[in-house]
Design a protein around this ligand. Structure first.
Ligand SMILES: Cc1ncc(C[n+]2csc(CCOP(=O)(O)OP(=O)(O)O)c2C)c(N)n1
Ligand SMILES: [Mg+2]
Length: 590
């Protein structure tokens, strides 16, 4: 069929089910942009391309449907990089469309020209430059196929002169990858190991969410009588109210998850790559003991045994493999031991939840008095954990929540249990400040029926607040909670512990109100200072989303700081040259 290459472009997007494209307008793709609306594709124009790619990430994570982002060649495309890296480590399938300077001038150093593939080489699973307009459909279709297959971002690079050409093509239906089961032998070995386990534990990772395996995971847990921990920042991989749920592992996770995982003799790591950061000791509990036999299930064979030694590695889709294990374990009876485990789970979990409910203040590390001084300096301000409890109390039951990178957001990990998958959007392993707000906007677009709440520190919000006007202009009502502690707290914690409280670049102050900023942008801004007001503001903000209102809740919070991110990688400052020697940190002999 004869059509122009821009028609072929949008027809392919349409065939792949794309309903939304996020980006900022640019001359390089205007022939395509112009036909979006007629193709039924909504163009969500944003304030910064980083926001666009985070929104695409959030949209896909909340819905499971592939989103695309698109921008102007050169600077528009380089602005994507951070967000695409975050999506890559979130295993988010999306298609990053990067119009490029024209193929007849590429390499001459013209306007907005840069080589656009190298930036994304390490953060996409496939990159493709359109080599001829006639290949538009074939190439773009392949990009979607690869994104689905590998659950990762793909880059589609289009020299701008490839638009506006007449071509003769057919647009195919999408090819959906089937579910890859595990190979029979390894599944049988895993089933045998699980059947013989004295204390099996399941760690449910993002693969459980991505493959829709929550129900299979539940059946498997019930079959084995095994506690289920969420892998780090995947608190929505298992329903928190289930009697076998023990909460999240990793940084600022649940003691119950760690105490029970510590006892495991066999761990089924279902849909998790067991990344190096998420098995570090927490709450002084070393839970990844090295004594348990590990069965790892991952759709990507490269992840098997990569970060942690394993005993059985199954390459396959988490849901398909869970089903195979259920079949193999059909006759298994976990016996009385399972009842004992269940009772133990209830005891350990309730002890942790009680501790959490009464935990107001942060302890200081030995040799530091920062937290004590912080509460004495501002006795009337809420502490971070009080703030987080108040938020939890105000959240609607099926809310989607995103968190950012920061000390208070990290602590929030303990206060965010979920009942359904595709509810929790954390920046994950790329760990970039500026993730939470735009990603929840994308999620809200995908799921307008659910309340959408972003939790953000006052530093990180500075990176992303430019999207506030986008909420109104594009009618994406969300609720943003900004923790106003006047500091880049997570990094300040490092100053406190390893740099003798020399605060270099970690003070933010409190000389303006983010609530005022929100009001100036036409959103509703409120500043709260008590737990009761905060709970009310969250509930009201979520309710107002139904009326199209975006609310920013600025929460006044004291400067207490929880555990540092990288205790594993930090050390006391030591200097040798005379000019710097006085900066050396010395500790009294203990
Ligand atoms: C883009 C980016 N820049 C810098 C960092 C380093 N960093 C990690 S946490 C953090 C502090 C966050 O401060 P804030 O958002 O105010 O939250 P708080 O720690 O105070 O709760 C910084 C700067 C990062 N992770 N990402
Ligand atoms: Mg802060």
């Amino acid at each position: 069929m004869q059509m122009t290459s821009q028609e072929a472009f949008v027809e392919t997007l349409r065939a792949q089910g794309v309903k939304v494209a996020f980006g900022i307008v640019g001359s390089a793709f205007m022939p395509g942009l112009d036909v979006f609306e007629a193709a039924g594709i909504r163009f969500v124009d944003v304030a910064h391309e980083q926001g666009a790619a985070h929104m695409a990430d959030g949209y896909t994570r909340a819905s499971g449907e592939i989103a695309v982002c698109i921008a102007q060649n050169g600077p528009g495309i380089t602005n994507f990089v951070t967000a695409v890296a975050a999506a890559y480590w979130n295993h988010t399938p999306m298609v990053v469309i990067t119009p490029e300077t024209g193929s007849t001038t590429q390499g001459l150093g013209g306007f907005q020209e840069t080589r656009q593939l190298p930036f994304f080489a390490e953060i996409t699973c496939h990159q493709e430059t359109l080599s001829h307009p006639a290949r538009m459909v074939e190439a773009l279709t392949r990009c979607f196929q690869r994104a689905r297959q590998h659950s990762a971002p793909v880059q589609f690079n289009i020299p701008r002169d490839m638009f506006c050409q007449i071509i003769d093509v057919q647009v195919p239906e999408p090819i959906l990858p089937g579910r890859q089961p595990g190979d029979e032998q390894t599944v049988a070995a895993a089933a045998k190991m699980l059947a013989g386990a004295k204390f099996p534990v399941i760690v449910a990772g993002s693969g459980v969410v991505l493959s829709g395996a929550v129900d299979e995971c539940r059946q498997l847990a019930e079959k084995l009588g095994a506690p289920v921990a969420n892998s780090y920042l995947h608190n929505d991989s298992f329903p928190a109210s289930h009697p076998l749920a023990v909460g999240p592992l990793g940084y600022q996770g649940w003691e119950s998850a760690m105490k029970l995982t510590r006892q495991a003799d066999v761990i089924l790591a279902l849909g998790t790559r067991l990344n190096p950061f998420s098995t570090l000791p927490q709450h002084a509990i070393e839970y990844w003991t090295g004594k348990a036999k590990i069965i790892q299930v991952d759709a990507n064979p490269d992840m098997l045994g990569l970060a942690k030694p394993i005993d059985v590695g199954i390459c396959g889709d988490a849901r398909a493999v869970a089903r195979q294990l259920l079949t193999a374990l059909a006759d298994h009876d976990p016996g009385k031991a399972a009842d004992e485990r269940k009772a133990q789970i209830a005891t350990v979990k309730s002890a942790w939840l009680q501790k959490l409910a009464g935990w107001d203040h942060e302890d200081d590390d030995e040799a530091s008095t920062w937290n004590k001084r912080a509460r004495e300096r501002e006795p009337d301000k809420m502490a971070p954990r009080q703030v987080l409890r108040a938020i939890q109390a105000g959240l609607p039951r099926n809310a989607m929540v995103s968190t950012d990178i920061g000390n208070i957001c990290a602590m929030a990990n303990s206060y965010l249990p979920f009942e359904e998958p595709r509810s929790f959007l954390a920046p994950g392993m790329f760990g970039n400040c500026g993730y939470a707000f735009p990603s929840i906007m994308g999620a809200k677009l995908a799921r307008p029926d659910r309340a959408a709440v972003a939790l953000v520190g006052d530093g990180a919000f500075g990176i992303s607040l430019n999207e506030l006007p986008t909420c109104n202009r594009m009618k994406i009502p969300v609720t943003v909670v900004v923790f106003r502690n006047g500091q880049w707290g997570a990094e300040k914690k490092n100053d406190i512990l390893w740099f003798d409280e020399r605060f270099v670049g970690t003070e933010l102050g409190d000389d303006f109100s983010f609530a005022d900023v929100a009001n100036a942008f036409g959103c509703t801004g409120v500043r709260v200072a008590t737990m009761a007001d905060l709970t009310k503001a969250i509930a009201a903000g979520c309710a107002a989303q139904a009326n199209g209102v975006t609310t920013l809740v600025e929460v006044v919070v004291n400067q207490e700081l929880g555990a540092p991110f990288r205790r594993d990688a930090m050390r006391d400052q030591a200097c040798l040259l005379p000019r710097y020697k006085s900066l050396t940190v010395t500790r009294p002999a203990s």
